[in-house]
Design a protein around this ligand. Structure first.
Ligand code: HEM
Length: 417
């Protein structure tokens, strides 16, 4: 671990920085706020308890080290009643894959299997190409009459078409599922308010009913889809059928939640870089084989869809000289860590040639199960955009949702350049 200094910490400054970060304006450009947070130290106490970590190396170390755990169900229960962790939506998330620790996590992750074997990935590749084609047709139509909202027409549509197809969910259900995903996200936010948690709870109830019914129906008619496959796997691991169905439900539910907003955000932030800077468009168009994958990775570093990943300490310990107690939470400020100049020189510059290391898909045993799919969608979209459409330009700066952990562009208005 490289040496990290922790200068004296000013609580009032941290409170004010975090308040700014939670506003739509703060989300517009959180990076100067991150810089100020970093100037307070690589690890600083969070005003509400726990710690904020802004150093890349420290975030990376924590993600890969078994002494740091997910805030699992027992941890959530230890926080007591009437906390955000006891909200029904938080309890539900508390049983899904990213809230499990070994050995439960090892078993559930193994049961999820190789999510995308070669055949599945090739089939999904065709689905993504076809869906992208349709969406870009619709975008091109709209652009003939003037400006178009890329976020609504493309970024919000491609991930649900991909996951809906993969999980074999009826297309008529897609818009509602997407809406519910946007509503439930607050329970996974850094500091949800009581009213946001209430919205998450309502959304989660509907999602729960939907996915429980789905698992029940699939069990009646097992097919080739992943949900049917997970039922067969869990039946071989778990003699109690109700428990097996419960495990499949948690996996199917979380796959949908994990896949939609994050991928939409990636598609929008990547396209924002392309339309804000004509030089980028020309550069990628001149060498797509080399630069399409590199551009996507730089977009994931520059402004990752998830800016915060949290862990709790398994034991009392010292972290870079800071005393941490068992069960204390550390918030890995991934959005800030990606701009850590100790890791990436000139971190504020979007460099399509950089091919950076990043933590957008986490690290260690919880590394994102859907990373190949997210990359497939982003690369397919980018390749088709630059080969099919004339250069696009940004009409106005996009608006962003007032959150911290899960970035969301509310619009991305573009026009023909
Ligand atoms: C750009 C898009 C995506 C981003 C940025 C992203 C990010 C992440 C992150 C940061 C984690 C780890 C959380 C932690 O360490 O606590 C994670 C886990 C996970 N992601 Fe993704 N994700 C994306 C797309 C997807 C997609 C498309 C799927 C499904 C097909 C998916 C499924 C999952 C699952 C199941 C986990 C839990 C893994 C585990 O805990 O073992 N993600 N993702």
């Amino acid at each position: 671990m490289g040496s990290v200094t922790t200068p004296s910490f000013d609580r009032r400054t941290a409170v004010s920085l975090i308040s700014r970060l939670r506003t739509a304006r703060g989300q517009d450009n959180p990076f100067p706020i991150y810089k100020e947070l970093r100037s307070q130290g690589a690890i600083i106490p969070a005003p509400w308890g726990g710690y904020l970590v802004t150093s890349y190396d420290l975030c990376d170390h924590i993600l890969r080290n078994r002494a740091w755990l997910e805030p699992d169900k027992p941890w959530r229960e230890r926080q007591g009643p009437r906390t955000r962790w006891s909200a029904p939506s938080a309890r539900e998330i508390g049983s899904t894959l990213p809230a499990l620790n070994p050995p439960d996590h090892t078993r559930a992750r193994r049961a999820a299997g190789v999510a995308f074997d070669r055949g599945t990935f090739e089939r999904l590749g065709r689905t993504v190409t076809q869906a992208t084609d349709h969406l870009l047709d619709a975008l091109a139509d709209r652009l003939r009459d003037g400006e178009a909202d890329f976020a609504a027409l493309v970024s919000e549509e491609l991930p649900i078409a991909t996951i809906g197809n993969w999980l074999d969910l009826p297309a008529a259900d897609w818009p509602r599922l997407r809406e519910l995903t946007h509503e439930q996200v607050f329970t996974q936010e850094l500091l949800p308010s009581a009213s946001q948690l209430a919205r998450s709870d309502v959304a989660m109830e509907e999602l729960r009913a939907y996915f429980r019914d789905l698992v029940r129906d699939r069990r009646r008619r097992l097919g080739e889809d992943p949900v049917s496959r997970w039922i067969t796997t869990w039946d071989s691991l778990e003699p109690d059928q109700d428990k097996a169905d419960q495990e499949v439900y948690y996996l199917a539910l979380f796959v949908l939640l994990a896949a939609l907003e994050t991928t939409s955000t990636l598609l929008s932030t990547m396209t924002l870089q392309l339309v804000e800077n004509p030089g980028h468009w020309d550069l990628v168009a001149a060498d797509p084989d080399e630069l399409v994958p590199a551009f996507v990775e730089e977009a994931l570093r520059y402004d990752p869809p998830t800016h915060v990943i949290s862990r709790v300490s398994a034991t009392d310990c010292l972290l870079e000289g800071v005393r941490i107690r068992k069960d204390d939470m550390v918030h890995l400020m991934v959005g800030a860590a990606h701009r850590d100049p100790a890791k990436h020189p000139r971190p504020g510059r979007f460099d399509p040639h950089r091919r950076p290391a990043h933590l957008a898909f986490s690290g260690g045993i919880h590394y994102c199960l859907g990373a190949p799919l997210a990359r497939l969608e982003a690369q397919t979209l980018l390749r088709q955009l630059i080969s099919r459409l004339p250069r696009l330009t940004l009409v106005r700066p996009p608006a962003r949702a007032p959150r911290v952990a899960f970035r969301r562009l509310l619009n991305l208005d573009v026009a023909l350049a």
